[in-house]
Design a protein around this ligand. Structure first.
Ligand code: FCB
Length: 443
């Protein structure tokens, strides 16, 4: 039995600049914090980096053809801040602007709506040298960067995403240190959280000033907390705090102009009078990323009274070791429906890394990825049937790419990339997704 998506459901695909562009030495691009992080021994698997990546900087037209071939009408890409402002502020690199301008025109020629994401983690290193996200001046820096892109590209951008996963920027980049800039300072992470929220609001106002009707939102990987079955009694009280940290710290100030009560004492030192009023902005859509359920357990002597633990054995896993759980995806959509006024939701990332072994002709028959998408899309339909306002879906990702600290070991693409030759070969999951998109239904 086929299961149909609502009429007008919007299908797209997502990528990000540092993960695919390469072109690091071309045309005056500045360094980002990921260039620095990759160059630091021991940070990234195999010492990999994004200097060539998928060479999308040169092969972008072929990649847009692949999006078109998929039948996707929406493309979330990100701009690499140091490609357009090598020093983070000040002098504009016109060649960098030209690149994105051609890219956007290429989308429009192919009838693909550009969804421009301002920040997918590649902060100019020059700004990190001035304190990066911990320096409150970043609100002005980010504002100027936004103004530049809005004035140069805004006439052609259909939707704006201010941030990809600001919670990962704060917690993974500044508390756990597993991402650039590799800082492990819980207090700094709280300050960064607040600055990211202020930046989101500043950018939203700038975009709206120029284009009042342009949809603006931010992308959050929402986490649903779970306890291990045998520890339910000891740990259940921690779920609310866990979700306040991962979801509420970014959703509540924007939707309700306040931080969750449970984390207020940690946030207060960073809040100035008027900040919360400034952060509360209308949300045109909520970008939602979802991959896995988070299991937590009480912990002592850590920044928070809990730690992440391995989910129960009965879950199947992706090659990242991430538990596969469509039901968790369903629950995150329900949280938005029930606790945040049921905003229009676009799933801006979802997908899995699997051990893709190309056959003799280079074709990858990735049935495990197809099974993953089937389970998650089924969960999406269940949420929609219960009234969740989910309006679109973008799988992660178009291409195999640079998977941050995992380097090139982990492949998430619908299209296989041979990193020696840079040849792109659509996988079986690409055909599967094309079918879903064309039929607007799950087989
Ligand atoms: C998300 C990131 C994206 C990609 C996927 C697998 O957290 O936004 O860039 O790495 O995970």
């Amino acid at each position: 039995m086929t299961k149909s998506f609502p009429d007008g459901f919007r299908w797209g695909v997502s990528t990000s600049s540092y993960q695919i562009e390469g072109g690091a030495d071309d045309d005056g691009r500045g360094d980002s914090i990921w260039d620095t992080y990759c160059a630091t021994p021991g940070r990234v698997a195999n010492g990999d980096n994004g200097r060539v990546a998928c060479d999308h900087y040169h092969l972008w037209a072929e990649d847009l053809d692949l999006i078109k071939g998929l039948g996707a009408r929406h493309y979330r890409f990100s701009v690499m801040w140091p490609r357009v402002l090598p020093e983070g502020t000040g002098k504009v690199n016109e060649t960098g602007i030209d690149f994105y301008s051609r890219l956007v025109d290429g989308m429009l020629e192919r009838d693909i709506d550009p969804w421009l994401c301002l920040y997918h983690w590649d902060l100019p290193q020059a700004l990190q040298d001035r304190g990066g996200w911990t320096n409150r001046d970043i609100v002005d820096w980010f504002g100027d960067y936004t103004e530049l892109l809005v004035t140069r590209l805004g006439d052609r951008i259909k939707s704006w995403v201010t941030f990809n996963e600001p919670n990962v920027v704060a917690w993974v980049g500044h508390e756990e240190g597993r991402h650039a800039p590799g800082i492990t300072d819980p207090r700094a992470a709280m300050r960064v959280t607040h600055h990211l929220n202020l930046c989101h609001a500043r950018a939203t106002r700038i975009i709206k000033h120029h284009y009042p009707d342009a949809p603006v939102g931010f992308v959050l990987p929402m986490h649903k907390g779970y306890t291990l079955p045998h520890r339910r009694e000891q740990d259940a009280h921690l779920i609310e705090l866990f979700e306040a940290k991962w979801n509420g710290a970014f959703l509540d100030p924007v939707y309700y102009g306040r931080y969750p009560e449970l984390i207020l004492d940690r946030m207060e030192p960073h809040i100035r009078p008027g900040d919360l009023e400034a952060i509360r902005t209308d949300v045109d859509f909520q970008g939602l990323n979802q991959y896995f359920p988070s299991y937590i357990q009480a912990a002592e002597g850590k920044a928070w009274p809990f730690q992440h633990v391995e989910p129960p054995k009965y879950f199947r896993r992706t090659e990242m070791g991430w538990a596969i759980d469509g039901d968790c995806f369903y629950r995150t959509m329900k949280i938005l429906q029930e606790n945040y006024g049921n905003p229009p939701v676009f799933v801006t990332e979802n997908g899995g890394a699997f051990t893709d072994v190309p056959g003799h002709n280079g074709h990858v028959d990735d049935q495990d990825r197809i099974a993953y998408y089937t389970e998650y899309l089924d969960a999406l339909l269940r949420a929609v049937s219960e009234g969740a306002n989910v309006q679109g879906y973008m799988p992660w990702s178009l291409l195999d790419n640079f998977e941050w600290a995992y380097g090139y070991d982990k492949r998430f693409g619908l299209v296989h990339v041979d990193y020696e030759t840079l040849k792109r070969t659509p996988k079986a999951s690409y055909e599967f997704m094309r079918n879903v998109i064309t039929q607007n239904a799950l087989p």
